[in-house]
Design a binder for this molecule. Structure first.
Ligand SMILES: C[S@@+](CC[C@H](N)C(=O)[O-])C[C@H]1O[C@@H](n2cnc3c(N)ncnc32)[C@H](O)[C@@H]1O
Length: 180
């Protein structure tokens, strides 16, 4: 079953899981997503699309993965991931929901990769940050300046969070860590 996740990984990296139009540099970040998910027991994901990061998070082997998107149109590998998760004993649930209104469960790590507009990211951070105990990962912080504007407005009002990792290459990835 883990082998099946590795096969899916290779397909994503080879651009064989379609469509690829919104993936940006996500294939290059696959292992980064695995690594961060492997640090925690509970992961929450906003913006699933074809399921690249979902596959990576399952490879990180958390106990729980909650994934949300406003559509499942592109998530063709959903039944396969649900079956693999069952076999490897990861509590995985995908739910159709809007990131700006859904009530998420308490989680250790939140991954935000939805529509990248400043007002949407602002809403997502405001609505969910208090449910997150360790990390908030935001993709596309270089490609979509609105995401970074939202982070810069969020941080001064929420001193418990700070930037712990920033990669400006490609589409960019910024990680916030909660101060203990
Ligand atoms: C850039 S893609 C996500 C890529 C995905 N994280 C990956 O690694 O392959 C953006 C996704 O966010 C979804 N989306 C956009 N706005 C949303 C919202 N407000 N709530 C939930 N999902 C949203 C879109 O339907 C789309 O599937």
């Amino acid at each position: 079953m883990i082998k099946d996740l590795h096969i899916l990984k290779e397909k994503f990296l080879q651009g064989k899981i379609l469509p690829t139009k919104w993936l940006g540099d996500s294939p290059d970040r696959f292992d980064t997503y695995v690594n961060w998910a492997s640090k925690v027991n509970h992961v929450t994901e906003l913006g699933v699309y074809t399921g690249l990061a979902t596959t990576a998070f399952l490879l990180g082997n958390p106990k729980v993965l909650r994934s949300y998107d406003i559509t499942s149109k592109y998530f063709k590998i959903r039944p396969q991931l649900e079956e693999i998760a069952k076999q490897v004993n990861i509590d995985f649930k995908f739910q159709l929901a809007n990131s700006c209104s859904v009530e998420i469960e308490p989680t250790e790590m939140l991954f935000i990769d939805t529509n990248h507009k400043e007002e949407i990211t602002t809403r997502e951070l405001q609505l969910h940050h208090s449910k997150v105990s360790k990390y908030i990962l935001l993709h596309d912080t270089t490609a979509w300046p609105g995401v970074m504007f939202a982070i810069k407005k969020f941080l001064p009002k929420h001193k418990e969070w700070k930037i712990i990792h920033q990669d400006k290459k490609g589409a960019g990835l910024t990680i916030l860590g909660k101060k203990i």
